[in-house]
Design a protein around this ligand. Structure first.
Ligand SMILES: [Zn+2]
Ligand SMILES: [Zn+2]
Length: 247
């Protein structure tokens, strides 16, 4: 990963007071991608080889639909559907052939036997619905940003301080950062980073959990008049901590 590192979005995210700055980077990129996919350049069929192949997941279809550009989405979905129907026709032929073989079997041959060919046809359909052009692109981009974050931690003392004072991450980005750290850092530096990251993560999870606990205790009439403290938005912050960007 030797290309230019874009440190500004990482700084911008770390200046925000949030439970996972990496989620903030994700959200910004996700929104930009949704706009790009619906933009003029993507309307050209030649640009759509990838989206015709993969389509989109439920979340990203919905995000694009919610943009209100129904024609843009129609153009893209139409060629994706055409491509998918071609694949499904071949799949349907295979399934029919496999079931024709079943019709020739006698009762004893049928007992307790699964038809592996039909199962694989079903798996093939499932696979077609399991991809998303936007998710895959964003995964690449996020990998680069986590690489950048570690690079900044290693080389910029200002960032190191800001990072140490942050509120940790959501669990997904915590795992991703930990995994990337052992690729990118080594020796004493790796040890230092892992100690800092794990400490920060556990402390901040406990902080949010305490806020959430107080939220539940506030429901008790005996606590009705006690102050909320930081608990009023504890539900949002907790689910986002556990599953980044959930709400
Ligand atoms: Zn996150
Ligand atoms: Zn997606």
């Amino acid at each position: 990963m030797k290309q230019h590192l874009d440190t500004i979005p990482v700084w911008d995210a770390y200046k925000k007071d949030c439970e996972c700055p990496v989620c903030a980077i994700f959200k910004k990129n996700e929104e930009d991608f949704v706009d790009t996919y619906l933009g003029a350049s993507y309307m050209e069929p030649s640009r759509r080889v990838e989206t015709n192949e993969k389509g989109f997941c439920r979340k990203h279809f919905k995000m694009m639909f919610d943009k209100g550009n129904r024609l843009g989405l129609a153009l893209m979905t139409d060629t994706y559907m055409q491509e998918t129907i071609k694949k499904l026709k071949a799949n349907a032929e295979k399934a029919k052939e496999a079931s024709a073989g079943e019709a020739k079997k006698n009762v004893l041959m049928r007992v307790g036997r699964k038809n592996a060919d039909i199962q694989s046809c079903a798996a093939e359909i499932k696979e077609l619905t399991g991809r998303c052009s936007l998710c895959e692109r964003i995964d690449d981009v996020m990998e680069r940003y986590i690489y950048t974050l570690l690079y900044m931690w290693k080389h910029e003392s200002d960032f190191r301080k800001t990072f140490a004072a942050s509120k940790g991450m959501c669990l997904d980005h915590y795992a991703q950062t930990l995994a990337m750290a052992q690729e990118q850092l080594s020796g004493k530096e790796l040890n230092e980073f892992v100690e800092e990251l794990t400490k920060m993560q556990i402390e901040n999870l406990e902080r949010v959990e305490k806020d959430l606990e107080w939220f539940t205790l506030k429901a008790d009439h005996r606590n009705k008049d006690k102050p909320w403290g930081n608990s009023q938005d504890a539900v949002e912050r907790s689910v986002n901590k556990m599953r980044g960007g959930a709400v």
